[in-house]
Design a protein around this ligand. Sequence first.
Ligand SMILES: C[S@@+](CC[C@H](N)C(=O)[O-])C[C@H]1O[C@@H](n2cnc3c(N)ncnc32)[C@H](O)[C@@H]1O
Length: 255
Amino acid sequence: MPVEQHIADYREFAEAIRNGLARLQRIKLPLRVVIAGSTDNGLYCMLLNAATKVGGDKFVRSLNISIVDRCKMPLVFCEQFAVKNSLHVNTVHSDFVEFDYAANCDLLIAHGVMSFFPINERNRTLKHMRDWLSLDGMMISSTQFGDRNIGEGDGKYQNERLRGAKANLDRLLHKAGNFDSQPQAILEQKLHSGFANRSSHAELFGEREEALSFYESGGLEICDFSIVDNTSQSNSEPLRRYRARAIATCLRAED
Ligand SMILES: C[S@@+](CC[C@H](N)C(=O)[O-])C[C@H]1O[C@@H](n2cnc3c(N)ncnc32)[C@H](O)[C@@H]1O
């Protein structure tokens, strides 16, 4: 089964997925899982690896997985990965607020996407996603949290990030082979302006209480909430832009 993984590996998030799957598989099978937002096929692989640990190949193949993203490129990578491994994946090219899943989802995985929502739309978006969950459905969400480690104007850091993002893009495009992409120069220009503006990633959660009440007001009951501290990372790890990440495991609260 797949071992490939591209996103910065958050051991703690993989562990939360494993625990969630182990709990849900005791309640019902087959499980319907939605991944909300996916940079590449890394989160999909993280899910498959976690499922392999929980229930082996048979369990992995029993999962009904949908991946939603407004960007087409990660969906194509996930589809290619699924085909290569004789798996089926349902990809949905849509903004979250335009996607209706009709309360069918047993496990919703959202990794680092909540801080992308404009702050005035954050609650509405979370409520909409919460309605994808079945009555006993679970959401596992990780979000950037606390102060920034790095100021937006830190040139050396920005250049390093940009180089890393470009290398990742090159690698993915190379792997994808005939992927019908925009010319390299346009992609690079988009990367540059994305890094210069970064407006979509501005809304970190300030304090623990703020994040907790965000999930609760979105109609979720928090079962587990842990903060992963980025300040104690080793020198060999890439420096993160924010001090911490909060991982929440929630159940759909009663209406
Ligand atoms: C930086 S990534 C987050 C990390 C990603 N979950 C991962 O771990 O691979 C953000 C992803 O979420 C998608 N995204 C952000 N907001 C979205 C929205 N409102 N609707 C659909 N996709 C969204 C972006 O297109 C992008 O692929």
